[in-house]
Ligand binder design. Structure first.
Ligand code: HAM
Length: 407
C-alpha cells in the first residue's frame, strides 16, 4: 500500500527542517503580536464557494468535497483565509481592539495534478491582520514574510507587488480587459477564451505562448487605479523601501482566489521551476461582509511549507546529544536508569536499546556526535569520557549530571 496520490509521509529526518520553519515562524509572528489560531481541517462547502469565489480553479475543480452522514456538503479546506474570517465573525472578534492579528499553520487540501512542489495535501503557515485598512498592516505583513524566508536562509526570493484596486474600479478595468481579449480572441488558448467573461484576469497566468504574447501588451489594473487606491499602493511601497525590502511592481500579478482587493503580492523562487510560488497574499476588504459579517477590511498571506523546504539552502543538522550511556557491563537496565536520570536533568541523552557489543556501542556513541560517553563498568564504576579528546575519568553516579552539565 502507498499513501494516496499527491500526499506524502513526513519521516523524522524531514520533520526536523519542518520544525525549524514552524519554530522560526512562530517566533517572528508571536513577537509581532500575532496570536496563533486553529480552525478545523474541514468546513461547510458554502464557505469556500462564497469566500474563495465560484469562478476560481480552486472552487471549480480543486476542492475535496463530500457529503457527510448528515447529508451536509463538507470540504477539506483548500486555504485558510475564508475559515479565519468565518471564525472572526463567529466569535465576535470585531468587538476586540482592532486589528485582530492571527497566524496559523496546518494542512490544506487541493485536488491538483501532483508534481514537484505541488501536492494534494500540503502545509501552509499564514498570517492575517483583520480590522484595519491601513497600508501599514500590508507593509508589516509583507516584511514579516520577507523576514521568515530570509531567516531560513532563502535570500534569492523575488517579491512581486501589485494592486487590484477596489471592486468598482476593477469592474471597469475587467470590462476594458474583456474588450481587449475579444479583439485578440484567435490568438488565445481555448481555456482563456472560454473564460473571457467569467475570469479575464486569469489570462495573465497562462502558459500558452500566443496568450502570453497578447498579455504582454494588455492593459493592467495598476494603470487603472483610482486616487485612493493609488495612494494606498504608494504608501505600501514607501514602507517597503524604508524597510529595505526589494520588490518588483508587476501589474500582471494574478492570484488564484477571488477575494482580493487593493494590495496583492507573491514571493517566488526561480530555483523551484514551475511551482515557484513560496507564499503570497494580499488585502481582502470585502470578504468578511461577503461571509455575513460587518464590513471589515483584512490583509494577510499564506506560505507553502513544502515549497519553503525545497528552497531552503541546507537541511538543519541532526540534534546532537549531550551524552551517550554505554553499558560496558552489558546491563541494559542499569544503563536505562542512568540515561533516565540524565534526561530528567534535561541533558539530551541516548543509549543503545539493541544489546550491542561494547565496541559497537562506542561506535554508535561516536556517530551520534555526543560530547561525552558515560561508560558503566563491571562492578558499578562510572567513567566519563570526553569523546573529542578521549580523556576519561571516574565520576560518582550522583555527581554525573552536574559533571556533564558543567562541560
Ligand atoms: P495561495 O497563493 O493559494 O494563497 O497559497 C499560498 C501558498 O501555498 C502558495 O504560495 C504555495 O507556496 C502554497 N501552495 C498552494 N497550493 C499548493 C499545493 N498544491 N502544493 C504545495 N503548496 C501549495 C492562499 O492560500 C491564501 N489563503 C493566502 C492569503 C492569506 N491571502 C490572504 N491571506
Amino acid at each position: 500500500m502507498r499513501s494516496p496520490k499527491g500526499t506524502f509521509d513526513v519521516l523524522p529526518d524531514a520533520e526536523r527542517a519542518r520544525a525549524l520553519i514552524a519554530d522560526h515562524g512562530a517566533e517572528i509572528l508571536d513577537a509581532a503580536g500575532y496570536g496563533r489560531i486553529e480552525t478545523p481541517a474541514f468546513e461547510d462547502t458554502e464557505l469556500f464557494e462564497r469566500g474563495v469565489g465560484e469562478s476560481t480553479d480552486v472552487v471549480r475543480k480543486e476542492m475535496f468535497t463530500f457529503e457527510d452522514q448528515g447529508r451536509r456538503s463538507i470540504t477539506l479546506r483548500p486555504e485558510g483565509t475564508a475559515p479565519i474570517c468565518r471564525a472572526y465573525v463567529e466569535h465576535g472578534m470585531h468587538k476586540l481592539p482592532q486589528p485582530v492579528k492571527l497566524w496559523y499553520r496546518g494542512p490544506f487540501f487541493r485536488y491538483e495534478r501532483p508534481q514537484e512542489g505541488r501536492f494534494r495535501q500540503f502545509n501552509q503557515i499564514g498570517a492575517e491582520a483583520i480590522g484595519t485598512d491601513s497600508p501599514v498592516a500590508d507593509a508589516e505583513l509583507i516584511v514579516l514574510l520577507d523576514e521568515l524566508l530570509r531567516g531560513l536562509g532563502i535570500d534569492d526570493a523575488e517579491l512581486r507587488l501589485s494592486s487590484l484596486g477596489n471592486p468598482e474600479a476593477r469592474a471597469g478595468y475587467r470590462e476594458r480587459l474583456r474588450d481587449y481579449l475579444r479583439e485578440h480572441q484567435v490568438e488565445l488558448s481555448d481555456d482563456v477564451r472560454s473564460r473571457i467573461d467569467t475570469n479575464p484576469l486569469r489570462a495573465f497566468d497562462a502558459d500558452h505562448a500566443g496568450t502570453r504574447a497578447v498579455m504582454a501588451e494588455a492593459p493592467t489594473m495598476i494603470d487603472s487605479l483610482d486616487e485612493a487606491d493609488a495612494e494606498h499602493l504608494a504608501a505600501v511601497r514607501r514602507m517597503l523601501d524604508a524597510a529595505a525590502v526589494p520588490y518588483r511592481l508587476d501589474g500582471t500579478l494574478v492570484r488564484g482566489l477571488d477575494y482580493y482587493t487593493r494590495t496583492v503580492f507573491e514571493f517566488t523562487c526561480e530555483r523551484l521551476g514551475a511551482q515557484s510560488g513560496l507564499g503570497g497574499g494580499g488585502r481582502y476588504d470585502g470578504l468578511i461582509e461577503q461571509l455575513g459579517g460587518p464590513p471589515t477590511p483584512g490583509v494577510g498571506w499564506g506560505a507553502g511549507i513544502e515549497r519553503i523546504l525545497l528552497a531552503m539552502p541546507e537541511a538543519p543538522p541532526d540534534r546532537i546529544p549531550e551524552a551517550f550511556v554505554i553499558a560496558a557491563d552489558g546491563d541494559l537496565e542499569r544503563a536505562f536508569g542512568v540515561a533516565l536520570s540524565l534526561r530528567r536533568a534535561r541533558l539530551a541523552t541516548r543509549l543503545d536499546l539493541a544489546g550491542r557489543s561494547f565496541k559497537n556501542q562506542m561506535r554508535q556513541a561516536d556517530r551520534s556526535g555526543a560530547r561525552v560517553a558515560v561508560i558503566l563498568e563491571d562492578g558499578g564504576g562510572v567513567q566519563l569520557r570526553e569523546m573529542g579528546s578521549g580523556e576519561q575519568r571516574a565520576v560518582a553516579l550522583d555527581e554525573l549530571a552536574d559533571a556533564i552539565a558543567r562541560g
